[in-house]
Design a protein around this ligand. Structure first.
Ligand SMILES: NC(=O)c1ccc[n+]([C@@H]2O[C@H](COP(=O)([O-])OP(=O)(O)OC[C@H]3O[C@@H](n4cnc5c(N)ncnc54)[C@H](OP(=O)(O)O)[C@@H]3O)[C@@H](O)[C@H]2O)c1
Length: 328
């Protein structure tokens, strides 16, 4: 499978390319806005060709599938162009920075029938399968609450995540992970949403806490931040115990999850094997495109509920903002 990458992004270098290589895919080309920078990026990261201009890569018949790691506000335009050209797409999360853009993209994916995935890779991990099996087997009784953090410390003031114009902000960047986890575990139909935020950068939420309420009083409590040290601790709280995960989203070798069932000894499991986080998702996409597996986690099936939830949480945070709130 010959992949093209749209944009000389950090995440393509640090996560997609290692995942692709382990999945046996080929990094056929990268497209960038600047010829010199794109050529250097291709040479440094073992990509066969550098192309100037995103459209040229989309139209390139020597590329089978596209990975789109652009700033959030550009996902819609370039994903739509790729889908209309008949190229399957793995678009970075969140699928788009706004609900309206998400709806446009999903409509084009449905109309064209071209396959589209949003790059939440954790549902493809062995850890996720193990945890969902434990929950289904009643290991912690009924799942009532998910407490989930995604914090990290953003150092560079020119980062795309601090730009309102590029649809940055903590909720879009990392709050989307707890949201997607809750929708996977509780199902897509939430009944309430509230959030409050701190604001900074170019008027984006830099730290947000919030909740989604689900039927029967089940709930997600989430905390996301671009102003703290890295932390993805997540607790699944059931009527008969808890499952603690050090990293449900991108587990590495040091990560573990622990089952604390009432009346039983705690059991601890490794969270990940030695594969890069993106490998399982890319392997699945390639198998689908080779006709060897039925597609799972297509954006047309799973991406709208999280876009709705992010929209509702963002609206709630904006409404809760007092005119006197300091800009940090
Ligand atoms: N799934 C994950 O684990 C994960 C992790 C991190 C990030 N992400 C997502 O991946 C996407 C990219 O994040 P990143 O941190 O890798 O971004 P980044 O390093 O800033 O890269 C974005 C690329 O977009 C291109 N670009 C086009 N217009 C731009 C503009 N106006 N401003 C800045 N860049 C522009 C640039 O490439 P050229 O100039 O070469 O065209 C740039 O290299 C985001 O959607 C983010 O949410 C996902």
């Amino acid at each position: 499978m010959r992949w093209g990458i749209i944009g000389t992004a950090n995440i393509a270098r640090s996560a997609f390319l290692p995942g692709l290589r382990r999945a046996g895919g080929v990094a056929a080309a990268v497209a960038g806005r600047d010829a010199g920078r794109t050529g250097q990026y291709a040479r440094e990261h073992g990509i066969e060709r550098a192309v100037t201009g995103y459209l040229r890569l989309i139209e390139d018949p020597a590329v089978d599938a596209l990975y789109i790691p652009l700033p959030n506000s550009l996902h819609a335009e370039w994903t739509i162009r790729a889908l209309e050209a008949g190229k399957p797409v793995l678009c970075e999360k969140p699928l788009c920075g706004t609900l309206a853009d998400t709806e446009r993209v999903l409509a084009v994916a449905s109309d064209t029938g071209t396959l589209l995935w949003e790059a939440f890779v954790f549902p493809f991990h062995a850890q996720f399968s193990q945890v969902t099996r434990l929950l289904a087997d009643g290991a912690i009784g009924e799942l009532r609450e998910i407490q989930s953090n995604f914090h990290f410390n953003l150092s560079r003031p020119d980062n795309i995540r601090l730009s309102r114009e590029l649809d940055g902000g903590a909720l879009n960047d990392v709050g989307c992970y707890p949201v997607r986890l809750a929708l996977e575990l509780f199902g897509p139909g939430y009944e309430s949403a509230w959030a409050a935020a701190e604001w900074g950068g170019q008027d984006v939420d830099t730290e947000t806490r919030g909740s989604l309420g689900f039927a029967g009083g089940r709930r997600l409590l989430l905390s996301c931040s671009m102003r703290r040290s890295y932390d993805t601790f997540t607790s699944l709280q059931g009527t008969g115990g808890q499952i603690h995960l050090s990293n449900p989203f991108h587990p590495g070798r040091a990560d573990r999850f622990e089952v604390l069932a009432a009346g039983a000894e705690p059991r601890s499991y490794p969270a990940a094997g030695d594969e890069p986080s993106f490998t399982a998702a890319i392997r699945h996409i390639q198998a689908v495109l080779h006709g060897e597996e039925a597609p799972r986690q297509l954006a047309t099936e799973v991406s709208l509920p999280s876009a709705l939830a992010l929209h509702d949480l963002a609206e709630s945070a904006a409404a809760a903002r007092l005119p006197s709130a300091p800009h940090q």
